[in-house]
Design a binder for this molecule. Structure first.
Ligand SMILES: Cc1cc2nc3c(=O)[nH]c(=O)nc-3n(C[C@H](O)[C@H](O)[C@H](O)COP(=O)(O)OP(=O)(O)OC[C@H]3O[C@@H](n4cnc5c(N)ncnc54)[C@H](O)[C@@H]3O)c2cc1C
Length: 361
């Protein structure tokens, strides 16, 4: 055995890294994290829109988001790192769609107010609007690096290029093959993102019917760039969003197309079609694509992340299915998971119950 630990986290995205930092900083269990790729955060965690929206998602997700914002504010105060900056969120669309999506801290604003907030919007293209001023943008690279360095600084081992290819139990512990390493672990945490069901099957746990859904984004150059402080703008029917980016504007067609677990790549047609559409809905005047990317937002059928010990597979802990909320819920979910992994009562017992993996049918 090359390495022995109490908790082995599989997956070096935001889910795995935030748990590693939370667990390691508590002291107690020894922690190792293995990541298949040579770079941490290579898959979905480097491909997000970098926005934390307390009004986005089902109620439990919104609660976890608010908690994450509070925890990150504490980290920033302690470390003086800049991990988040205020960036409000403007929802536009038909009366019915905005009413259906305006939740949590989002409040309604008038049509005229919406146009003042984002002058690039054309007046005839939407009826109603909602604004959430509690949202923040996040520097995801800085956040991933903060968690990596906090975890390593507290004694966690982090191995990249270490894909888990086999796992089994013997003598009440896991024996895991990860790259060249043979690892002995008390608990395996499944933070494998789009590959979470595959890892579960490798570990003899029942899969949870997680589906990776493609979502593409692009940074484009524009004739009329929104000024700093302009909210992120999203259509309430979930057909696009855009926001200012240093290099121009970040746009997404918000597609949700089921995929296999893979290194997803954009279909150029998706971005081109959105550019045509946004050039008719706004005065942004998009001229060219700087770069585009696609990530996989992986969700279980219920749409709520799965966090907790598998009731049927001993020593197997789920940290999966974060869908489009992985960053905005990350610190709160890490806190919840760390409490369960160290035998403590989670602070938010209701969230713990809602996210708990059900027994396999
Ligand atoms: C376009 C887009 C926009 C988004 N915008 C936002 C946003 O604004 N706010 C927000 O909160 N969320 C957003 N999301 C969602 C967010 O990015 C994800 O929820 C989050 O990154 C998921 O993190 P993760 O750690 O679970 O998965 P990943 O980052 O995919 O990490 C899983 C890791 O596990 C590794 N792995 C898999 N199998 C193995 C194995 N056998 N052995 C070792 N390692 C393995 C993989 O290599 C991978 O690195 C967005 C997503 C997309 C695609």
């Amino acid at each position: 055995m090359n390495l022995s630990c109490d908790v082995l986290i599989v997956g070096g995205g935001i889910a795995g890294l935030s748990l590693a930092s939370e667990l390691a900083s508590r002291g107690g269990p020894t922690v190792a994290l293995v990541e298949a790729e040579s770079t941490l955060g290579y898959h979905t965690s480097s491909r997000s829109a970098r926005q934390l929206n307390p009004s986005y998602g089902p109620p439990v997700v919104r609660r976890l988001t608010a908690r994450t914002l509070g925890l990150l504010a504490g980290v920033q105060e302690r470390t003086r790192l800049v991990l988040t900056t205020p960036r409000s969120y403007l929802l536009i669309g038909s009366e019915a769609d905005v009413a259906a999506r305006a939740a949590g801290p989002m409040r309604r604003v008038t049509h005229a107010q919406a146009l003042r907030l984002c002058p690039q919007l054309l007046p005839d293209t939407f009826e109603a609007a909602g604004l959430d001023t509690t949202c923040v943008g996040t520097d995801t690279d800085a956040l991933l690096e903060y968690h990596r360095s906090a975890a390593v600084g507290s004694g966690a081992a982090i191995l990249t290029g270490a894909r888990v290819t086999a796992a089994g139990r013997s003598g009440g512990r896991w024996r895991v093959r990860a790259g060249e390493q043979e690892i002995s672990a008390g608990v395996v945490v499944n933070a494998a993102g789009a590959w979470a069901d595959r890892l579960a099957e490798m570990c003899g746990a029942a899969p949870r019917n997680l589906v990776p859904y493609r979502r593409t984004a692009a940074v484009v150059r524009v004739g009329s760039q929104p000024v700093p402080g302009t909210p992120m703008v999203a259509s309430a029917d979930d057909s696009f969003y855009f926001r200012r980016d240093e290099a121009g504007v970040l746009i997404s067609p918000c597609e949700s197309v089921p995929s296999t677990a893979e290194d997803a790549r954009p279909n150029p047609g998706d971005v081109e079609a959105l550019i045509v559409r946004l050039n008719t809905l706004t005065t942004l005047g998009i001229t060219e694509v700087v770069r585009s990317w696609t990530g996989l937002r992986t969700s279980p059928p219920g749409g709520i992340p799965i966090v907790g010990f598998d009731p049927d597979a001993e020593g197997f802990f789920w940290l999966a299915g974060q869908g489009g909320f992985g960053f905005q819920t990350s610190s709160a979910i890490a806190e919840l998971a760390a409490a369960q992994l160290t035998g403590q009562e989670p602070g938010d017992t209701q969230a713990a119950a809602e996210l708990a993996p059900a027994a396999a049918g």
